[in-house]
Design a protein around this ligand. Structure first.
Ligand code: CP
Ligand code: NVA
Length: 298
């Protein structure tokens, strides 16, 4: 049994296979082919934070594969009222075929993996967001080809998305230039572990020199809303705008996991401009995760 808690839980070979399979599944879906491989399978989806893309893509994906997805908001299940994590993991795991979790604490996902007897999928934690990277890598491949040997710039917060890009840099063998304000760097343990593929910068311009892809994310993640003002000040020189894009290669792409705050981490001209792949990137959550579900469940 396999889990998908961090991107590098899976080998590079398996990650590449999932992406190739996602590209095929996308074509099949668009041509109207029916795929019922996950008939009678149930996915439990535990959310203690908001979601548009993750929830809709997993729920639609399970339906398209003939299975069923169960949306479990923390407000409604006993976990949210303090039932022990271990007890919840044993009980839910005894009834479904896989469990997806979007929770604040990465450790809670590990606890589920240790106690529920089914595959666990991390649908975003404080540490990482591996499902998003499947879609991002798929999107790059569709539009630009192999990402191996390319250079990607991560601009902004050294957050869960940044951590997962660091894991992707190693898994897919590209160089990641990270530019963050001083107090917003990625976890030191990640800097150490992925050092061979990652370079840290203090200014966005240097990080973007001749890169193939620029990626950013919100300045205040879910749960950090009360730091919004302080962060807006700290991140003011880290907006991805036309001037910054000029430092990258002329055919560089732009990605953002969304939701985005136009005028903060990205200008309107970039996110809605010709180099932006954000809509395809969002749609590909569906196809990439269908491939992931088939990999974990069939
Ligand atoms: N990118 C992403 O995970 O979006 P949601 O928060 O809408 O799921
Ligand atoms: N870093 C963001 C990503 C949302 C998909 C957050 O954690 O809120």
């Amino acid at each position: 049994m396999k889990h998908f808690i961090n991107l590098d839980d899976l080998s590079s070979k398996d990650l590449n296979q999932i992406i190739d399979s996602a590209i095929v599944l996308k074509k099949q879906h668009k041509s109207g082919q029916i795929n019922q491989t996950l008939a009678h399978k149930t996915l439990a989806m535990i959310f203690d934070k908001s979601s548009t893309r993750t929830r809709v893509s997993f729920e639609a994906g399970m339906a398209q594969l003939g299975g069923h997805a169960l949306f479990l908001s923390n407000r409604d299940i006993q976990l949210g009222r303090g039932e022990a994590i271990v007890d919840s993991a044993i009980v839910i795991g005894s009834m479904v075929d896989a469990i997806l979790m979007r929770v604040s604490s990465h450790q809670d996902i590990n606890t589920f993996a240790q106690n529920a007897n089914v595959p666990i999928i991390n649908a975003l934690s404080d540490e990482s967001h591996p499902c998003q990277l499947l879609a991002d890598m798929m999107t790059y491949k569709e539009h630009k080809g192999d990402i191996q040997g390319k250079t990607v710039a991560w601009i902004g917060d050294g957050n869960n998305m940044c951590h997962t890009y660091m894991q992707a840099a190693q898994a897919f063998n590209f160089t990641l230039n990270i530019a963050t304000p001083e107090n917003y760097q990625p976890y030191p343990s990640f800097m150490e572990k992925y050092a061979s593929h990652v370079r840290l910068f203090t200014d966005a311009q240097s990080a973007c020199q001749a890169v193939d892809l620029i990626v950013t994310d919100v300045w205040a993640s879910m749960g950090q809303e009360d730091e919004q003002k302080k962060r807006a000040l700290a991140f003011k020189d880290f907006q991805v705008n036309d001037a910054l894009m000029l430092h990258a290669k002329s055919d560089a792409a732009f990605m953002h996991c969304l939701p985005a705050h136009r005028g903060e981490e990205v200008s309107v001209s970039v996110i809605d401009g010709k180099q932006s792949l954000v809509w395809n990137e969002a749609e590909n959550r569906l196809h990439a995760q269908k491939a992931l579900l088939l990999y974990l469940l069939s």
